[in-house]
Write a protein that binds this ligand. Structure first.
Ligand code: ZN
Length: 133
């Protein structure tokens, strides 16, 4: 795994959270994108080499809505940049980690992504992401 690509933060409402994070990080949100496979709206901010990704549910039954219901708003996942997502998925599986998807999925920001089950990672939801060529 390489550097942390982004930290995903679950929020209830972009209307209040985008201006809040623009103020906090002193930078403007450079992109919002709907990830249809997850029913999630994403908003990105650049913070040096790393990004902050806000996640807003567009489905009351969606994963982000359920996360907020259980735990409240806050850090949802940490995403690591990988060069070869297939190889990294294979390596992690062989190490005994449980992958939440068997094949890479299309994520936001032109990425292929895979999540690891947080039960095997001390409660941290880990995302692998590889930039699509
Ligand atoms: Zn992410």
């Amino acid at each position: 795994m390489q550097h942390i690509d982004h930290i995903g933060i679950a929020v209830k409402d972009f209307k209040t959270s985008i201006p809040l994070f623009e103020k906090l990080l002193n930078t403007t949100c450079y992109k919002t994108e709907l990830v249809e496979s997850e029913n999630v709206n994403t908003a990105f901010f650049k913070t040096g080499e790393t990004k902050v990704e806000l996640l807003e549910s567009v489905d009351p039954e969606g994963v982000i809505a359920k996360f907020i219901e259980k735990k409240g708003e806050g850090i949802h996942h940490i995403a690591f940049d990988v060069k070869d997502i297939q190889a990294e998925m294979k390596r992690l599986q062989e190490e005994g980690f449980v992958l939440l998807n068997e094949t890479p999925k299309n994520g936001a920001d032109n990425k292929l992504v895979c999540f690891l089950h947080p039960k095997g990672t001390n409660g941290v939801l880990v995302e692998l992401c590889q930039t699509k060529n």
